[in-house]
Design a protein around this ligand. Structure first.
Ligand SMILES: [Zn+2]
Length: 96
C-alpha cells in the first residue's frame, strides 16, 4: 500500500495510507482524510501536481455531496415575522 506524506494542522507531518485518503471533486478539488492521531477530519487544497501524485498513489475520487435545502427550510419569499405577529401569536396561545 502506498503511503502519502501529508500534514495535520495539529499534529504536523503524518504518513497516511492512500486508501484512507479521498479526492473530493466539488467546486474545487480537495482531498480529505481523518488524522490517525487526533481523529479530526482534515480537508486539504490540491493543485494539479498534488492531484497527480494522489492519483498515482491510488487515491479514489468522490463527488462532493451537494448541500441540499432542508425540506422544512422557510420559504425565502415569505413575509418576515414581525413583532406584531409575535404578539398576535402570543395572544392566540393564551386563549387556548
Ligand atoms: Zn492530527
Amino acid at each position: 500500500m502506498t503511503t502519502v506524506r501529508t500534514s495535520c494542522e495539529q499534529c504536523g507531518q503524518i504518513d497516511m495510507p492512500a486508501a484512507n485518503i479521498v479526492l473530493v471533486r466539488g467546486e474545487r478539488v480537495t482531498y480529505k482524510f481523518t488524522c490517525p492521531t487526533c481523529q479530526i477530519e482534515r480537508i486539504k487544497p490540491t493543485d494539479k501536481k498534488i492531484i497527480g501524485l494522489l492519483e498515482a498513489a491510488g487515491v479514489e475520487w468522490e463527488q462532493e455531496t451537494p448541500i441540499l435545502l432542508h425540506p422544512e427550510s422557510p420559504n425565502p419569499d415569505a413575509p418576515l415575522l414581525t413583532l406584531n405577529d409575535l404578539i398576535d401569536l402570543h395572544k392566540e396561545l393564551e386563549e387556548l
